[in-house]
Design a protein around this ligand. Structure first.
Ligand code: SF4
Length: 371
């Protein structure tokens, strides 16, 4: 058995650590390129969600490298995610690939089935080993999150453009290659020391921009045209509403710890949207309200083209924007999105936020001089 799984941001580092420590044979799909997206788009239904198309591209490339078992998350609606694994399996079978699809349904869907699938994957493994593998994977997920926060801070303030991104890539490599529990902490310390050496611009007070939206589009840079890097290069500090550990909490560790953050977000969304609409539609609304309350300058809402939950959020966000006085822009993405047009819209949005901030400052100063 040679396992593979879809890419979603840095998730491959966490899963690789888990399988490696259990001695399970696995193949990480090659990094997502234009070719991956073209392959996925070519063999998927035209109106399928963009993440499904990228998954298909990942699987084709990994199966070509010798993988024979795919691990995929399942879903229980109301959006299309619940059908993803089955549709992907059909596509791959039609293409002539003989592979096994292991679907990890969310516990709310069928806990017995999840446990059975996990048991099938891990049977014969020592319980101590399983616990150790899960611990390393979890610590790496936390480390990646910590590093990402540093990246958002430094990228918006760096004097020499590109320094933070270069160090980020190195940091990902270090965490990926760190094998032992004890070394993860020292790896983070080493990376943090290097971050502190990045020279920062003096007196630069970056705009703060919140990213909300569908989870895959938020976490996978190849699906959002590397928006975090673009914003950082434009001097803006990014705040992301969904993080990998949160996703891992929700989807891989059986919902055990998620209550707190979500409750806050649901309460914030309540005056605008009071029920679950699938995916992260509700969170997109709630997080936008929370960002507005915390003084973020603007919010970018990211969604795959035709994503049902995010279309609901998109129709509500103009009201949130007006009532909370926070600029919000929705960016729909798919395989046809053009980088130049995307960047132009982002630049225009950043300009607008700068102008808004200047006006606010001007008004405050005027008020002060009248005093
Ligand atoms: S959340 Fe959106 S993109 Fe994801 S499966 Fe549902 S409809 Fe598709």
């Amino acid at each position: 058995m040679k396992i593979t799984f879809p890419h979603m941001g840095n998730l491959y580092i966490i899963l690789a650590a888990f399988f490696e420590n259990l001695g399970i044979d696995f193949i990480v799909p090659p990094p997502i390129t234009k070719k991956t997206i073209e392959l996925g788009a070519m063999y998927s239904p035209e109106f399928a969600c963009f993440p499904l198309k990228i998954n298909v591209g990942n699987f084709i490339e990994a199966l070509e490298m010798g993988a024979d078992t795919i691990i995929m998350a399942g879903g229980i609606g109301p959006c299309r995610f619940g059908y993803y694994a089955q549709v992907e399996k059909e596509i791959l079978t039609d293409l002539g690939y003989k592979c096994n699809m292991v679907v990890l349904e969310p516990p709310k869907g069928n806990l017995k089935e999840v446990l059975f699938q996990i048991y099938k994957l891990l049977q014969g493994k020592d319980l101590n080993n399983i616990i150790k593998a899960a611990k390393i994977a979890w610590l790496k997920a936390k480390a990646l999150e910590e590093i990402e926060k540093e990246v958002f801070f430094y990228r918006a303030r760096e004097k020499v453009k590109g320094m933070t991104t270069k160090l980020y890539r190195k940091a990902l490599r270090i965490i990926h290659e760190t094998k032992e529990i004890d070394s993860i902490k020292s790896s983070i310390e080493r990376i943090n020391k290097e971050f502190k050496r990045i020279e920062l611009k003096k007196d630069h007070d970056p705009l703060r921009i919140g990213l909300v939206g569908e989870i895959y589009t938020l976490l996978e840079p190849s699906s959002n045209m590397n928006i975090e890097e673009t914003l950082g290069e434009l001097g803006a500090e990014v705040e992301k509403s969904i993080r990998l550990t949160e996703w891992t909490n929700t989807n891989l560790i059986l919902d055990m710890l998620r209550i707190k953050g979500e409750l806050k977000c649901r309460t914030a969304a309540k005056p605008y949207l009071n029920y679950f609409v699938g995916g992260h539609g509700l969170e997109s609304v709630g997080e936008t309200v929370l960002y507005a309350n915390s003084g973020v300058d603007g919010v970018i809402h990211l969604a795959p083209f035709t994503c049902m939950p995010e279309i609901v959020a998109q129709s509500i966000l103009p009201r949130v924007s007006k009532e909370k006085n926070i600029p919000v822009i929705t960016m729909m993405l798919d395989e046809h999105s053009a980088e130049a047009g995307f960047r132009t819209r982002i630049e225009a949005f950043v300009d607008l936020l700068e102008k808004k901030r200047e006006e606010k400052l001007y008004d405050e100063q005027k008020l002060l001089s009248w005093d």
